[in-house]
Design a protein around this ligand. Sequence first.
Ligand SMILES: NC(=O)c1ccc[n+]([C@@H]2O[C@H](COP(=O)([O-])OP(=O)(O)OC[C@H]3O[C@@H](n4cnc5c(N)ncnc54)[C@H](OP(=O)(O)O)[C@@H]3O)[C@@H](O)[C@H]2O)c1
Length: 265
Amino acid sequence: MSLKEFDLTGRVAVVTGCSRGLGQVFARALAEAGADLIITSRNIESLKPFQAEIEALGRRCMPWACDVRDQKSIERMAEAAFQRAGKIDILVNNAGCNVRKPALDVTWDDWNLILDTNLRGTFFVSQAIGRLMIEEKYGRIINIGSVTSVNGYAGLGPYGASRGGVKQLTMSLADDWGVHGITVNCLAPGWFKTAQNAVMYEDAEWVEYLSDRIPLKRPGQPSDLRGAIVFLASEASAYITGQTLLVDGGITTGAVRALPKRDRI
Ligand SMILES: NC(=O)c1ccc[n+]([C@@H]2O[C@H](COP(=O)([O-])OP(=O)(O)OC[C@H]3O[C@@H](n4cnc5c(N)ncnc54)[C@H](OP(=O)(O)O)[C@@H]3O)[C@@H](O)[C@H]2O)c1
């Protein structure tokens, strides 16, 4: 079955942080739905294999080096993307980082790295691309949040502050730019194994503990994110803006046992 509201043929998407991990999951899904891509990360060489994969699908794909901690680099990327494609319809603010540490060990530089990348980067990439979308009177901005956008976790203070900020920023930008035909939403993945958190998945006991706390009883897989990104990037979500869609197997429901042992299934 295919619904035309989900078709992205003729759309152009910028996806940041595409050298590995979830950025490639999001970009691949958009390309398979029909979109041409501008893919970015700090090192253009690291994007080349993925560029080839996307072009093999029959889509146009331009790699571009962009550091989201550098305003000039962001502006150059937006300009190059516009020069190449003539318009940008979709932006996925995926580039991000984390430093996993006890709160007492977090340094000033750790804080700046995380907040500058995840929150300031998301705002200024949105500003640079939003400016172009306003001209077109159309846009879909998808900010990548996290379960830490809505819940607190020990060891993830600065990261959670950045992701909570991304959720709030999403609501504000939705109000700023709704009048221009631009929707701004936040896609918040739960726990997905990638380079960023691989160290956690080396501990089988922890994976069992995590899985038990998730109502659907497993960590996320790349295929779990594909429908959500295409939905938020497409006409199918035309009347949805400022929202955070958690794709987390239900862990943010609370997931604490509230029945005595004898009543558990
Ligand atoms: N994995 C999860 O379970 C999970 C859950 C919720 C949210 N997230 C968020 O989803 C996004 C992707 O996660 P992931 O697990 O795929 O992370 P990852 O494997 O660490 O990939 C992060 C991507 O962001 C790019 N990046 C980092 N700093 C950058 C900068 N200053 N400028 C431009 N690009 C930069 C990296 O590219 P280069 O290093 O090559 O420049 C890389 O492509 C992140 O924002 C992450 O916080 C992940």
